[in-house]
Design a binder for this molecule. Structure first.
Ligand code: SAM
Length: 351
């Protein structure tokens, strides 16, 4: 036990240093309660914790892998390590990125005010499941729950784990392929983003099926839109025609084409909605160089730059040399009363 505890603590500290995760809750008493259960409620979960601890002590795992195992044990201890709390518990959410104001915090937690909140244990458990460890703007959120000694949270309700918010939305463009439908900017957001780029000429470097480009054209801008996938470019053309928008569509790689386009249109605004790497990538931290991969020097030739970034995007990686502001774009509250961040609109204006 003592050896297991020490290996677990070492791995947790390394994990915290490597990932910035601060939502780790383990205490030694919880581990003891978990390991000493005379009649385990969940024998399989208990066996998994024991196997993980053995691996931490004897496995010689590299630091990163040991951290992952320790984080898994830590999460299991919150479920296995005590009596289920029945009275409201004090919950605080920490680690918010810059710009996450009280309105956003309240929307993501589903309760008014900036916290801490006294929440029924089931709600606290659902919040831990939803937000703890979530990467937002490059920061890692930590949900802190003040439990009395010997208490644990109940397992979160099934609906809280399985909720999906993408189903049922009717796309606002008629011609889409699978990726185009997944990555289409919702109309309301595309309009709001268009309003942030007031210059007469806008270059959309990653046009897709045309959501942002069409919203910009309908807002009166001259739009030059680049797309490397010929099929999607054709869909953008059909969508533009269907909505009565005029686009100058260019097929090819934005990274190769942008220098020439910007040389012909110096000072044009630039809209960047690069691929995020698919549905599974929402939680993966990404910075400018992985996501956009455009040389920062290229931005010198632009007016405003708008980046639509995934919620995990590291805001600290936005290129220097411009003044950046950002908005966490959130969904409407779900059945549980909580919103989520769908993406971040980052706006960079020349200094
Ligand atoms: C997120 S989607 C754009 C969605 C679009 N804003 C909308 O609302 O419909 C990104 C698009 O960028 C395209 N793309 C990716 N890398 C590119 C590159 N280097 N040059 C041009 N297009 C690229 C992909 O084929 C994809 O269609």
């Amino acid at each position: 036990m003592a050896e297991g505890w020490r290996a677990f603590q070492r791995a947790l500290r390394a994990y915290g240093r490597a990932t910035g995760a601060r939502g780790l809750h383990a205490d030694r008493a919880a581990l003891e309660r978990c390991l000493d259960q005379p009649a385990p409620e969940d024998p399989a979960a208990l066996r998994a914790v024991k196997a993980d601890l053995r691996e931490l002590v004897h496995g010689g795992l590299p630091e990163g892998a040991a951290g992952e195992v320790a984080a898994r044990v830590d999460a299991a201890l919150r479920v296995l390590g005590g009596e289920v709390a029945t009275e409201p518990v004090r919950v605080a959410v920490e680690g918010w990125p810059p710009g996450a104001d009280a309105g956003l915090r309240a929307a993501l937690v589903g309760r008014p005010g900036g916290g801490p909140w006294m929440l029924p244990p089931e709600e606290a458990a659902a919040l831990v499941r939803a937000l703890d460890g979530q990467v937002l703007g490059g920061a890692v959120l930590a949900v802190r729950v003040a439990l009395a000694p010997g208490q644990r949270l109940p397992a979160p309700a099934r609906e809280a784990r399985d909720r999906s918010r993408r189903g049922g939305e009717t796309p606002w463009l008629p011609h889409l392929d699978e990726e185009g439908a997944y990555s289409l900017t919702p109309q309301d957001l595309a309009r709001r983003q268009a309003a942030l780029l007031p210059g007469p000429v806008v270059v959309d470097a990653f046009c897709g099926c045309g959501g942002n480009a069409i919203a910009l054209a309908l807002a009166g801008r001259r739009v030059i839109a680049v797309e490397r996938d010929p099929g999607r470019l054709a869909l953008a053309r059909r969508n533009a025609r269907a909505l009565g928008a005029t686009l100058e569509l260019v097929e090819g790689d934005a990274r190769a084409l942008l220098p020439g386009i910007l040389a012909r249109h110096p000072g044009a605004d630039l809209l960047l909605d690069p691929p995020w790497g698919g549905p599974g990538s929402a939680g993966r931290p990404a910075g400018w160089s992985e996501l956009v991969a455009l040389p920062e020097a290229l931005l010198a030739a632009c007016g405003r730059v708008l980046l639509k970034a995934p919620r995990a995007f590291s805001l600290a990686s936005l290129p220097a040399g411009r003044s950046w502001t950002w908005t966490f774009e959130r969904t409407a509250p779900g059945a549980d009363g909580r919103a989520t961040v769908a993406c971040i609109t980052c706006l960079g204006v020349p200094r």
